[in-house]
Design a protein around this ligand. Structure first.
Ligand SMILES: Cc1cc2nc3c(=O)[nH]c(=O)nc-3n(C[C@H](O)[C@H](O)[C@H](O)COP(=O)(O)OP(=O)(O)OC[C@H]3O[C@@H](n4cnc5c(N)ncnc54)[C@H](O)[C@@H]3O)c2cc1C
Length: 244
């Protein structure tokens, strides 16, 4: 039976940013089949019975061929389900990836907690050349002062949120007092390996916003690479090097 790198990774959680995390909830192929995710992709391309293999050398060669030639549908046979905890500034961008299935927690159902706001480590400066991007950091003392002001701003907003709730205002409206982009939400994301590679290429790139880039990199390093070592190798060779 082929060794299965997915064993032990389900349930693994990685901390990200100040209060965020990502956890692998489930994967297809199920580890109990004993089929590695790379092999499941190869087997799908061969439209064969689970577990049938022509030996690691031939299997890996076929997988590289598939990705190089953009025969991507076999990669959709491998599916990841993650649970994420991330500030809205990140989720705002994540939801644009329509090929992922997402379920988000709702501030209409549950009250936000006071300590669930993103406080960045550093303040990045506006890039002079790229209108969307940041470049370099605000100097330490000025940054510290801004951070204190941000925390005070969160506290003041949260007091108003509580006040509105106490006056009987609905949670869906009381949240208008909160600092929208900073609040942490929980979310479940299901995505197949083909579309995850597309997401990773876009969001691990240096021009992606730091707050989503760290999640993309964590997905890649802690989950994608260990689960799909051959696919990761082919991804770095054929996809990451390709101009968008
Ligand atoms: C650096 C960066 C900056 C960005 N800036 C902005 C911005 O300023 N404003 C903004 O609105 N967005 C912005 N985006 C989001 C971007 O436009 C995409 O919405 C996002 O990256 C998702 O990519 P996607 O559509 O390829 O992925 P998915 O939605 O996962 O789709 C994957 C692929 O499926 C196909 N597909 C999916 N849905 C359709 C459809 N309806 N019709 C045809 N084909 C489809 C396409 O081939 C697509 O590439 C930015 C993204 C990045 C990485």
């Amino acid at each position: 039976m082929a060794s299965n790198p997915s064993e032990g990774l389900i349930g693994k959680r990685v901390d990200i940013l100040d209060k965020g995390w990502i956890e692998l909830v489930d994967i297809l192929p199920n580890p109990s089949t004993g089929i590695s995710a790379d092999l499941a992709i190869v087997n799908a391309a061969r439209v064969s019975f689970m577990g049938e293999s022509k030996g690691p050398e031939n299997d890996k060669k076929l997988l590289f061929y598939l990705l190089r030639e953009k025969h991507t549908s076999p990669f959709e046979m491998c599916v990841f389900k993650f649970r994420l905890h991330a500030p809205l500034v990140m989720l705002w961008q994540l939801v644009r990836h329509r090929t992922a299935s997402l379920n988000l927690s709702s501030g209409r159902y549950v009250e936000f907690k006071e300590d669930e706001f993103y406080v960045p480590d550093v303040w990045r400066k506006q890039s002079p050349s790229n209108k969307q991007a940041s470049l370099g950091e605000v100097e330490f003392e000025a940054g510290e002062a801004l951070t204190q002001k941000l925390i005070q701003h969160y506290e003041a907003g949260y007091r108003l949120y509580e006040e509105a709730l106490q006056q009987g205002v609905a949670r869906e409206q009381a949240r208008l007092f909160l600092s929208g982009f900073s609040v942490y939400y929980s979310c479940i994301m299901k995505v197949d390996a083909h579309n995850l590679m597309h997401f990773l290429k876009l969001r691990m790139a240096e021009d992606a916003q730091y707050e989503i880039r760290v999640y993309a990199k964590a997905i890649y390093e802690h989950f994608f690479k260990p689960l799909l070592p051959w696919t990761a190798e082919a991804f770095e060779k054929f996809v990451l090097t390709e101009k968008a």
